[in-house]
Design a protein around this ligand. Structure first.
Ligand code: NFS
Ligand code: SF4
Length: 646
């Protein structure tokens, strides 16, 4: 644990507050975990069967293997891919929930949801091979939702997942087929992976990793359909201006934080809040103020411009303001400690999903059949809690920054289309080929208190921008930039290199927005990273190169969750160099570590690298981009020379 807890000034103020009232936050708990156990830290502790834990003790006779004989490479590989299984399960189950809801909309069973973006519905339908000509919206919706649900239960191994097939180029698909990582069904691959890693099943580390990559492709499949169907249900993001940081919490309003990942409920709360301002006024407040935390926050930011309160590591600190009346949570990345934080104040923590409860907190079973009323009930709980708010305990840091967000792939292409209407993606390719920008980076992932909160997110963004790298961002990483005041036009002036500045000047002149474009384009929540990959796929096609030749890199400076491992893994399978800012628990086996950091590149063109130092990581990311550009230039030269000779 580093000496400085966070770079966020508002969070620092709230940490002082927590200290005053004697509340131990996640930052204190992170410290309490030091020193870490080396076995666990490097991945060589196995608890897969009840004979364990078995630890690798190389020098002890009989200790260099587990009791069953599993070597370090088997143990490390198994542990790693089980993270992927957990992450892919979380993402795809989120997608399944959305798909089920969309199907029920098509069947006329739900009244509070509708198809908000029929154009996207048609685009998705065409892409996945659903007939659209002359059919009505609900018939198409039903087929699209059914196709999504079919991804989960498919057991015929001669078939393949629909979504990744529809969005990935044939060469990459063939590579996945050849390496046996092409999945047929999501549930099947995840069950198989748990089977494969059961005691006494697979001990071949490479085979285990390929099983893990298969699950990782299920992750992107589940992610992609979650994004597509959420856009269909709630609308596809367009640029919005809002604000971020704890200063977005308002002393005179009923404050409700939307936290977790699933937009099904949070979108309803947004809709209901619009109608319920008077109820809040009747209770003495000036209205209802919604703020977002983690990826539920990103969902409602993208579509509704809801302000960001904070990101993962600092979620408890939103309660410390004393002005948070309710925190409505759904699934994933919600700290169980929120309830004890809430006990120091009047805050109501409201859990809403059957698989996510916190002992002692308030559970309100959210019912999609009665969604708006459910949302209203939840808002009423917040209004009731507001009446119990102790004004003497309110202390909101006066810190907030302007944020420009809402960059779905559609809205990015729409902006490029203002410059080149026939071929929007060409704008990015031209900028790369002219050397105006070097390439593209996605800044993604979580918070991880093995380092200083948000420090490396922002430091890497600054370095890459300085080097003329065009930035996309999502998840808690995007929130880190937003909290720090870097997701706006001012940040372009402050941090962008000369080429990137020129690129932005052209975009701003053409875009016709009422605001300047931000330093990084926020594509949404972590479940939305298919937006990034779709863009890269388009780039590859337009540049006439393969996926792994695009000057594109990914950085997750504070990766934490199992979902992050799954995301990183499919990025590698797609050919993307992927930086992780924490040392991964693969280092306990030289062999496994070499496979994911070196051999992966020979097979897929993508690879992982671990680098906790922001400057070193940035240097390497820029080098990788430059190397790809150089190789592309060489290939072009060779092609031109050949053409001239013919
Ligand atoms: Ni992603 Fe978003 Fe945040 Fe990490 Fe958690 S909220 S889905 S997992 S911590 S970025
Ligand atoms: Fe030990 Fe093998 Fe059981 Fe793992 S699977 S806990 S290495 S006996």
């Amino acid at each position: 644990m580093s000496e400085h807890k966070t770079i966020d000034v508002a969070a620092t103020q709230m940490l002082d507050r927590a200290k005053e009232i004697g509340f131990l936050t996640t930052f204190d708990r992170a410290k309490a975990q030091e020193p870490r156990c080396t076995f666990g830290n490097t991945g060589i502790c196995c608890r897969i069967c009840l004979q364990g834990p078995c630890r690798i003790l190389p020098k002890k006779p009989g200790g260099n293997k587990g009791i069953c004989g599993a070597a370090d490479y088997t143990i490390v590989a198994r542990n790693t891919v089980r993270y992927i299984a957990g992450g892919a399960a979380a993402h795809s189950d989120h997608g399944r929930h959305i798909a089920e809801t969309l199907l029920h909309v098509a069947e006329g069973k739900l009244h509070d949801y509708k198809v908000t973006d029929p154009d996207k519905l048609v685009r998705v339908a065409k892409r996945i091979g659903v007939e659209t000509e002359g059919r009505d919206v609900m018939a198409i919706t039903k087929d699209v939702a059914s196709a999504a649900l079919a991804e989960f239960g498919r057991v015929d191994e001669t078939q393949e997942l629909t979504w990744i097939n529809a969005y990935t180029d044939e060469k990459r698909l063939d590579l996945w087929r050849k390496t046996t990582i092409m999945p047929s069904g999501i549930n099947l691959s995840l069950a198989q992976l748990l089977h494969q890693t059961h005691v006494g099943t697979d001990s071949d580390p490479v085979n285990i990793i390929f099983g893990g990559l298969k699950a990782a492709l299920c992750d992107i499949d589940g992610q992609h359909l979650a994004t597509d169907l959420s856009d269909i249900l709630f609308g596809t993001g367009v640029p919005v201006v809002t604000e971020a940081n704890l200063g977005a919490i308002k002393a005179d309003k009923v404050n409700i934080a939307l936290h977790g990942h699933n937009p099904l409920l949070s979108q309803m709360v947004v809709n209901a809040a619009k109608e319920m301002q008077d109820e809040a006024k009747a209770a003495g407040a000036t209205g209802i103020n919604l703020v977002g935390i983690c990826c539920t926050g990103n969902e409602v930011l993208m579509r509704e411009g809801v302000a960001i309160a904070t990101n993962f590591a600092t979620q408890e600190l939103a309660v410390m303001t004393g002005a948070m009346d309710a925190m409505v949570v759904d699934v994933q990345c919600i700290m169980p400690s929120l309830r004890s934080a809430a006990e120091c104040f009047h805050t109501k923590i409201v859990t809403t999903m059957p698989i996510m409860k916190i002992p002692g907190s308030y559970h309100f079973a959210f019912d999609e059949h009665n969604a708006i009323n459910s949302a209203k009930e939840i808002i009423r709980l917040a209004i009731e809690a507001y009446k119990n708010r102790d004004a003497s305990k309110v202390s909101i840091p006066e810190i907030k920054n302007t944020v420009v967000a809402g960059f779905s792939l559609e809205s990015i292409l729409n902006i490029f289309g203002k410059i080149n209407p026939e071929n929007p993606i060409r704008v990015l390719v031209d900028a790369i080929e002219a050397g105006e920008i070097k390439g593209i980076a996605s800044l993604i992932g979580c918070n991880n208190l093995k380092g200083t909160h948000d420090q490396n997110h922002t430091a890497i963004a600054i370095e890459l921008a300085k080097n003329d790298v065009f930035l996309l961002a999502g998840g808690c990483s995007a929130q880190a930039h937003a909290l720090a005041g870097m997701m706006n036009g001012e940040a372009v002036k402050k941090y962008a290199g000369e080429g990137l500045k020129k690129f932005f000047a052209r975009l701003n002149a053409a875009a016709g927005l009422t605001t300047e474009l931000p330093l990084m384009f926020h594509t949404g929540s972590c479940v939305d990273y298919s937006r990034q990959q779709d863009l890269v796929n388009m780039l590859a096609k337009e540049m006439g190169v393969e996926n792994h030749e695009v000057p594109y890199v990914v950085s997750a400076p504070e990766a934490m969750s199992e979902k992050a491992v799954a995301i990183g893994s499919w990025n590698v399978a797609y050919g993307n160099p992927t930086h992780v800012g924490v040392i991964a628990p693969t280092v306990g086996s030289q062999l496994v570590n070499d496979v994911v950091t070196k051999i992966a590149e020979d097979v897929f063109g993508g690879f992982f690298f671990w680098e906790p130092d922001a400057l070193k990581a940035s240097e390497r990311l820029v080098e990788i981009i430059e190397e790809r550009n150089w190789k592309n230039a060489m290939r072009k030269k060779a092609r031109d020379a050949k053409a001239a000779a013919e």
